[in-house]
Design a protein around this ligand. Structure first.
Ligand SMILES: Cc1cc2ncn([C@H]3O[C@H](COP(=O)(O)O)[C@@H](O)[C@H]3O)c2cc1C
Ligand SMILES: O=C(O)c1cccnc1
Length: 397
């Protein structure tokens, strides 16, 4: 721990100054308020409708109240946070758009011209855009780690500091030309598979463009696999993450057998399952805005704020939390299934079931903002409906 760097740090006692401090914070996670959830379930059972008839809306109310620690959840202060970052890998021709569009869209967010400005208004949410590390570009991760350890930690801290303590719901999103390539590489690094399993059209690549993107991701995976294997050879034997990543993770639903013959579910989401450090993979293959998203999701967990995740990029960015601790994403819900090719697969790996499926492929927290009215509807039913006794409606015969 080092002294606080800026006065904006929410908790002056906590500063992310090493990967091991971050890792420790990622596994020291507060749980849900089970008593509030029980109160919500008890009231839900008395409302004038057949039990369970509001389907997932009922679970959403329990989720909101459980993390807000309120038997009557509220959505008065909804905050949307967009983190923006630039990506060195764009020089490999993985996006049809130039890097300049990142800063131009940040300006567009500020002046109210983007899709998310309209969706935030409809959702009655506050919108804040955070350019991470001054929109400096990461390194091209086909030939180097995307970020130094110090810059990765600074980006995580930026996200952690940006999360407000005093909101009822946090919606996360991103802007960064090239970031669907970083997200796909990160997903492959965390869950196995090759580039073609995770690469999608992004902002509009054609089929040959997607094939090229997949090859770029494969080159990055090969580079980092070799580097991590070398580092592993140099590190002490028996290390918790002492296996290289890449294509070693079993496919969805398969089981693995550890060196003690113990069989476990490949999707259990427990640290080191695929044999590598998820934070090191995020440093090597992610990006500054992805690291900030991880920090913001972590802060929200520490503060007890429920989080709506956006699309493929946002989901990949926070996935290390699920890899480091079982239940690491329990305070989140996936707002929608993006049309980006890898998103359904990633959601399945994480056990996240999207709330909406609208064919969006935008990012900017657009899907998260669109799911806010759904949460408001769930909450309005729970808080506002009459009970059988109040409405003098007969119970079941
Ligand atoms: C005008 C414009 C607005 C956007 N808003 C979000 N994205 C989205 O597209 C980018 C990722 O796609 P890729 O990996 O193919 O570059 C991210 O910035 C993401 O937020 C946009 C992209 C563009 C061009
Ligand atoms: O789903 C996403 O996050 C996404 C898809 C396309 C472009 N940008 C982001």
């Amino acid at each position: 721990m080092r002294p606080m760097k800026t006065s904006t740090l929410h908790d002056p006692k906590w500063s992310i100054d090493s990967l091991s401090a971050l890792r420790a914070a990622c596994v020291a996670l507060p749980g849900v308020d089970a008593a509030a959830q029980q109160q919500i379930a008890d009231r839900e059972a008395k409302l004038t409708k057949p039990a369970g008839s509001l389907g997932r809306l009922e679970e959403l109310t329990r989720w909101l109240g459980g993390w807000q620690k309120r038997a009557q959840p509220q959505l008065e202060r909804v905050q949307i946070l967009i983190f923006a970052g630039n990506h060195g890998v764009v020089r490999q021709g993985v996006s049809p758009w130039p890097q300049d569009v990142t800063v131009q869209m940040v300006q567009n967010f500020e002046t109210g011209g983007a899709a998310i400005n309209q969706l935030a208004r409809v959702a009655d949410a506050r919108l804040r855009v955070v350019p991470v590390l001054g929109l400096a570009s990461t390194a091209d991760f086909t030939t180097a780690p995307a970020m130094t350890e110090a810059a990765f930690l600074e980006a995580v801290q930026t996200g952690y500091n940006a999360a407000p303590r005093d909101c009822d719901l946090l919606c996360l999103g991103e802007m960064g030309i090239g970031n669907t390539t970083a997200a796909a590489a990160l997903a492959a690094g965390l869950f196995g598979g090759v580039g073609a399993d995770w690469a999608g059209r992004g902002t509009g690549l054609d089929a040959p463009g997607v094939a090229h993107k997949a090859r770029v991701i494969d080159a990055a995976l090969a580079f980092h696999k070799a580097e991590m294997a070398a580092a592993q050879g140099a590190s002490e034997a028996g290390s918790r993450y002492a296996k290289p990543f890449g294509t070693v993770t079993p496919a969805s639903g398969e089981q693995r057998v550890d060196s003690h013959g113990k069989v476990s579910d490949a999707e259990s989401g427990v640290a080191g399952v695929a044999g590598f450090d998820p934070l090191e993979v995020a440093r090597r293959l992610g990006g500054y805005e992805l690291a900030a998203l991880l920090g913001a999701a972590l802060a929200a967990r520490h503060y007890g704020i429920p989080v709506l995740l956006d699309g493929f990029v946002c989901t990949a960015a926070v996935a290390p939390l699920a890899r480091l601790a079982a239940g690491g994403l329990d305070h989140t819900r996936l707002s929608h299934c993006s049309a980006e090719a890898g998103h359904a697969r990633l959601a399945e790996k994480l056990g996240l079931v999207p709330l909406l499926d609208l064919g969006l492929r935008l990012g900017e927290a657009s899907g998260a903002a669109l799911a806010v009215p759904l949460l408001r509807a769930a909450m309005a039913c729970h808080n506002g409906m009459a009970t059988f006794a109040q409405a003098a409606v007969s119970g079941r015969a």
